[in-house]
Design a protein around this ligand. Structure first.
Ligand code: ADP
Ligand code: ZN
Ligand code: ZN
Length: 733
């Protein structure tokens, strides 16, 4: 009896057995159609065996096995299995989440053979040609030779754009032995070193150290200030690995925001196949890119978090750029962190992984401090004339604001307009949950059972702790100084643009946020407008903060950052620091000196003080100390069980049942379970949401507990009636 065990895209965490007389172990990792209920669905064969726990007469026959497409490699199946175990998500759904859709509908695939047309390059004879020796009339010949001398190669793409005469000349040159043809990856040194700058001393050191350990699992934390040239380090390390016939995987937070990075890599490695994997691809493009990676043809794979699941047989290096970015964690379905999986994959393949950032996550920074990751630092900007922007706080306690804008900011904007320079008004909207704050003495309502801030729920005038569930009425006056003026903190931002229009009717004001770039191509159009200098004042959210290079941008104004300072989310401050460093890094990148103005009621706050000095290290150390004493990650490990139901009481009751289940489990001793609480945004899309926080001192304890507990929960009668999920290493509480 031959049985295939198949992973199916169903919410049940196990494999399904089918009879498949013609199958053998070479079919592991292949797609197969099988009957399920009264449907035929596709799945992936995980193993082939001879026995099943299901009696033979009950086993159904598998359908056709797709032997046209190469099977998923064992290493990828292992990654999926790890992911399923670690995030407690059904294996079939983990796999289907990671695969291109068309790979599961194999009947419709026509596999395009890679026809990477060869590129041209000079031979040694060709390189010795002296232009002056060629006849003056041979203009086309001279042009072609000088092009080759300048770039070293002519790629197939460039070749296509040339005249047929030039193409004929290339073949003539080949006859003469001046040029030769070659295909990417099948040949060495296919990058054009001509365009690479000489690395700075710090860059050179980083490149040297990384390349010194390419054949071993080494996690690097590349901590370099904005403009320090981290990208150049990625490029030079990549060049070396490509020359060793290795593949490089680059993960970026949001590919829409980083078309430049793709362009930079394409330009540096014109003859290498680079595939980019992101949500903008259609199904067939995604499939073809995936297959090129799987066949080892693509030297570089650049993509968003999902790209972590790309099979790459010759993987030699993983780069995670802006590693602190929350977009690396998926927030629904399979709640995985691509950054964390990158570490797993690097260990699995025994290769280096570079986590790059100006402001690393405290988790990664902590790992570097205790020596689990190796720290590389770039302290100065790569271009010597480019100076870091001057950052200044505007004290809102003494300077009045109108419609959210202080006179100082209006003055600075006016100045910029007069000098025909661009400015950016940055509005921060993340991490805002209202806390109760006394404006006179800075008292903040905190929980007396946890080191957390209480959240204002105005609907029922209650203050609530989102960690332990502690609840109390909103105080009528400050318990510390008696001031009756205690208020929920934070203010609206919708009218800023309108106010700016009123103040500067002559200025061209461009608003950039999720709404304004919803249409395809809108984002690129806006970027073009900014680059052409067709906007004087940009008003934007975090979209504008990341990675852009606007050479004429001289001023950045930050309006309402304080809200994150007093957010209930323990990560909000870290996030704010990263964001402000990033947005400040937009100003003064080229010849224009930059300045940054921050409106705040708390100019003495350690965050702003560290920001003014652009001192990540001190800031991180202070914060890590706080996290340690408060018992937050990275010193503890968290998971959240979330439940939602039409009635809040049902969701809470379900969580109470799961908690009761936990307390009788044997490995419960190392676990701390908090009380079930309503979620901050209790009502969402017609459902009431509640959550239960789980905490442990070690990852291992947490995982062992979660495994048993998760299984236990699926036996509760209520588990089918309630929508629930487990979030391991959650980013928001
Ligand atoms: P980061 O990613 O660290 O913010 P970038 O990689 O964008 O910095 O580099 C900032 C600027 O410095 C870019 O314009 C880049 O071309 C330039 N640059 C980087 N390294 C060098 C170098 N070694 N010599 C000259 N210019 C460099
Ligand atoms: Zn007070
Ligand atoms: Zn509490």
């Amino acid at each position: 009896m031959v049985i295939v065990r198949v992973a199916l895209d169903v919410p049940i965490d196990r494999l399904f057995d089918y009879l498949a007389p013609d199958a053998d172990t070479t079919d592991i990792g292949r797609c197969v159609y099988v009957p399920f209920g009264n449907r035929q669905i596709s799945g992936i064969i995980i193993s082939v065996c001879e026995t099943s726990s299901i009696p033979e007469e009950k086993l159904k026959h598998a359908g056709q096995i797709d032997r046209q497409t190469p099977p998923l490699p064992q290493s990828l199946l292992e990654l999926f299995e790890f992911c399923s175990r670690y995030y407690h998500h059904p294996i079939g759904q983990v796999i289907m989440n990671g695969l291109p859709i068309l790979l599961r509908k194999f009947k419709h695939i026509t596999i395009r053979k890679a026809e990477q047309p060869p590129s041209w390059r000079l031979t040694d004879t060709g390189r010795s040609i002296i232009l002056a020796d060629l006849p003056v009339r041979a203009k086309a010949k001279r042009q072609l030779i000088s092009l080759l001398l300048k770039h070293g190669i002519i790629t197939a793409d460039t070749c296509k754009t040339m005249s047929s005469h030039s193409r004929k000349l290339l073949h003539e040159f080949k006859e003469l032995g001046w040029v030769e043809q070659f295909t990417a990856l099948s040949e060495k040194s296919v990058f054009s070193t001509a365009s690479a700058p000489v690395p700075t001393a710090e860059q050179a050191q980083a490149i040297f150290e990384i390349l010194d350990r390419t054949g071993t699992f080494t996690p690097w934390l590349l901590n370099g200030i904005t403009g320090s040239g981290k990208t150049e380090v990625y490029l030079q390390v990549t060049a070396s690995l490509l020359a060793q016939q290795k593949q490089v995987l680059i993960l970026v937070p949001e590919i829409n925001l980083t078309p430049q990075l793709e362009a930079v890599f394409r330009k540096r490695f014109p003859a290498t196949i680079l595939v980019s994997l992101h949500s903008g691809l259609n199904n067939s493009e995604r499939l073809q890119s995936w297959l090129q990676a799987q066949r080892g043809e693509a030297g570089i794979v650049l993509g968003t978090r999902l790209a972590i699941f790309t099979p790459m047989p010759e993987l030699g290096l993983i780069i995670v750029d802006e590693e602190q970015d929350h977009s690396f964690k998926q927030q629904d379905g399979l709640r995985y962190s691509a950054r964390d999986l990158a570490i797993y994959r690097a260990r699995q393949a025994n290769i280096p992984v570079i986590l790059g950032s100006a402001t690393p996550s405290l988790e990664s920074y902590h790992q570097a401090r205790i020596g689990r990751y190796k720290l590389l630092q770039l302290h100065s900007r790569a271009i010597s004339q480019a100076t870091l922007p001057a950052i200044r706080c505007i004290d809102l306690r003494v300077i009045p604001v109108q419609e959210g804008l202080s006179e100082s900011i209006l003055d600075a904007l006016r100045h910029c307009l007069a000098r025909k320079q661009q400015s950016l008004v940055f509005i921060n909207r993340r991490g805002y949950s209202p806390v109760l704050l006394c404006k006179s003495c800075r008292w903040i309502a905190t929980c007396n059972r946890c080191s957390s801030r209480l959240v204002v729920h105005l609907r029922d005038r209650q203050l609530r702790c989102h960690y332990c569930g502690n609840q109390q009425p909103v105080s009528p006056a400050c318990p510390q100084c008696g001031d009756p003026d205690v208020l929920p903190f934070g203010h609206g931002t919708q009218r800023i643009e309108a106010a700016l229009v009123r103040h500067f009717p002559e200025a061209r004001i461009l608003r950039v946020d999720r709404d304004s770039i919803r249409h395809k191509g809108a984002w690129q159009k806006m970027l073009d407008r900014i680059h052409r200098g067709e906007a004087d004042i940009l008003v934007g959210t975090q979209l504008l903060a990341k990675g852009h290079d606007f050479p004429n941008l001289a001023l950045v104004c930050v309006l309402n950052a304080d809200a994150s300072l007093y957010s209930t989310d323990f990560r909000a401050e870290e996030h704010l620091f990263a964001q402000l460093i990033q947005v400040a890094g937009r100003a003064g990148r080229a010849n224009v000196p930059g300045s940054v103005l921050i409106q705040t009621e708390f100019p003495q706050h350690p965050l702003y003080q560290a920001l003014i000095r652009q001192d990540f290290a001190t800031y991180a150390q202070v914060h890590l100390k706080e996290r340690r004493s408060a018992g937050f990650p990275p010193f503890v490990y968290l998971a959240i069980l979330r439940a939602e139901a039409p009635v809040l009481a049902d969701a809470l009751e379900f969580l109470r049942q799961t908690a009761a289940l936990a307390t009788v489990m044997e490995n419960y001793t190392h676990i701390q379970l908090f009380d079930p609480v309503p979620a901050h945004m209790t009502r969402l899309k017609g459902l009431e949401r509640a959550q239960l926080l789980i905490q442990a001192r070690s990852r291992r304890y947490l995982q062992t507990f979660l495994r048993n507990w998760h299984q236990g929960i699926t036996t509760l009668p209520a588990h089918n009636k309630i929508r629930w999920h487990l979030d391991v290493d959650p980013l928001t509480l």
